[in-house]
Design a protein. Structure first.
Ligand code: NCD
Length: 333
C-alpha cells in the first residue's frame, strides 16, 4: 500500500470537524484534554452500579457500523461489535481474508463499495501504521473512522479504556505514578497511552524495558527511561505490562523468553516493590510466564479483565460522541 504517510495537517486537526469536535478517532496524540475527558465521562455513564458496562442506549439507531479488520483481533473486534449493538446500530463484520481484498481489490475500492452500502462508520484495524488516517482522508464527508489499531502507531480506544480503568480503580490520573513495562518500541498501545496520560496530567510516567525494546528516543515522548525493572516499578500506583510483539520485530531483539521474564517479567516479588495497592494492567493478549506470572495476572491486584469490560463502555462512548457530533452538523446545515 502506498501514500499512507501522514498528510500535512497536524494529527489532532485531522480528526476534528470545523467546530473542533471529534469526527474521526485516529489517535490520542494532540487531542484537547476536554475531548479525552468527555470520552471518559460518557463511558462512565454507560457503566451500571455493578461496575459492568451493560447499559443499552439506542443512540446509533438507523446507523450502520462496518468493522474492517485487516489484522487479527479478539477483544477489540468483539467489544466494538458489542458496543455498536448496545447502541442499536446495524453491524457488519468484514472478514478481510475472505473478502475481495484477498482477490486483489485495492483498499480504496473496498472502501468505495462499503460507502455505496451506506455505512456511517468504519472501525479499522490494519498492520500498516497510518492506514486509518489514509482511509479517513478518502472517505465521503458523512463517514467517520475509528482507528482500532494501526501498525505500531496508535490504538486510541485501548488507551482510553486504560485511562478509564485507572480513574475508576485508582482515582484522578494526575495523582498517579505510572510505569509502562516491556516492548514499548513496537507498541501502538503504549504510544496512545503515553499521549493520553500526558494530556491528562499524569503525576509521573516511567518507561521500563531493555534497550532493544525501549530506545532512548522514546524519552522524547515524556517520561523517564528505566532499564532496571526493580527501579522502574518501585513505588508506582499503576503497572502497565505489554506483550512482546514478536510479529513486529525485524530480527531477534531478545534473548529467550525465560531470560526476558527473569529481567522484565512481573513476578509477585517484583510487584511487591510497587505500592501495596497498585493495580496491574495489560491490554491482552497476555503471554503467561513471558511478561507476566500467572499468579499476578490472576491475582487480586490485576484489573486485566475489568479493562475488557470498560472497553465496551469506552467504545460505546466514542461511537455515540462521533454520531452526536455529526448529527449536530446535519442539523445546523
Ligand atoms: C493490543 C493490540 O492489538 O495492539 N491488543 C489489544 O488490542 N487488546 C496489544 C497487543 O497486541 O499486544
Amino acid at each position: 500500500m502506498t501514500a499512507m504517510h501522514p498528510a500535512s495537517l497536524p494529527i489532532a486537526a485531522r480528526q476534528l470537524d470545523s467546530a473542533g469536535r471529534l469526527r474521526h478517532f485516529l489517535s490520542t496524540e494532540g487531542l484537547p484534554k476536554d475531548i479525552l475527558t468527555s470520552i471518559l465521562d460518557t463511558a462512565a455513564g454507560f457503566i451500571d452500579e455493578n461496575d459492568v458496562a451493560i447499559k443499552k442506549a439506542p443512540l446509533l439507531r438507523g446507523k450502520t457500523v462496518a468493522n474492517l479488520f485487516f489484522e487479527n483481533s479478539t477483544r477489540t473486534l468483539t467489544t466494538f461489535e458489542l458496543a455498536a449493538k448496545r447502541l442499536s446500530a446495524d453491524v457488519l463484520n468484514i472478514n478481510i481474508r475472505t473478502s475481495s481484498t484477498a482477490k486483489g481489490e485495492s483498499l480504496l475500492d473496498t472502501l468505495h463499495n462499503l460507502q455505496a452500502m451506506l455505512c456511517d462508520m468504519f472501525v479499522v484495524r490494519h498492520a500498516e501504521s497510518g492506514a486509518a488516517h489514509f482511509i479517513a482522508e478518502h472517505v465521503a464527508p458523512g463517514i467517520s473512522i475509528i482507528n482500532a489499531g494501526d501498525g505500531r502507531h496508535a490504538h486510541p480506544t485501548q488507551a482510553m479504556l486504560d485511562m478509564l480503568t485507572i480513574q475508576r480503580k485508582k482515582g484522578p490520573i494526575d495523582q498517579q505514578r505510572v510505569a509502562i513495562v516491556g516492548d514499548i518500541a513496537h507498541s501502538r498501545v503504549a504510544r496512545s497511552q503515553i499521549h493520553a496520560l500526558k494530556t491528562l496530567g499524569v503525576k509521573e510516567l516511567r518507561l521500563v524495558g531493555p534497550k532493544t525494546l525501549l530506545p532512548d528516543s522514546l524519552a522524547d515522548f515524556g517520561g523517564t527511561i528505566h532499564r532496571d525493572m526493580n527501579e522502574g516499578i518501585d513505588g508506582v500506583d499503576v503497572v502497565m505490562m505489554l506483550r512482546l510483539q514478536r510479529e513486529r520485530m525485524a530480527g531477534a531483539l531478545l534473548p529467550s523468553s525465560a531470560e526476558y521474564f527473569a529481567h522484565y517479567g512481573l513476578s509477585p516479588t517484583r510487584l511487591a516493590l510497587a505500592n501495596p495497592d497498585a493495580i496491574v494492567m495489560h491490554p491482552g493478549p497476555i503471554n503467561r510466564g513471558v511478561e507476566i506470572a500467572s499468579s499476578v495476572a490472576d491475582g487480586s491486584q490485576s484489573v486485566i479483565l475489568q479493562q475488557v469490560t470498560y472497553g465496551l463502555a469506552v467504545r460505546m462512548a466514542v461511537m455515540s460522541i462521533i454520531v452526536g457530533n455529526s448529527q449536530n452538523v446535519e442539523n445546523t446545515q
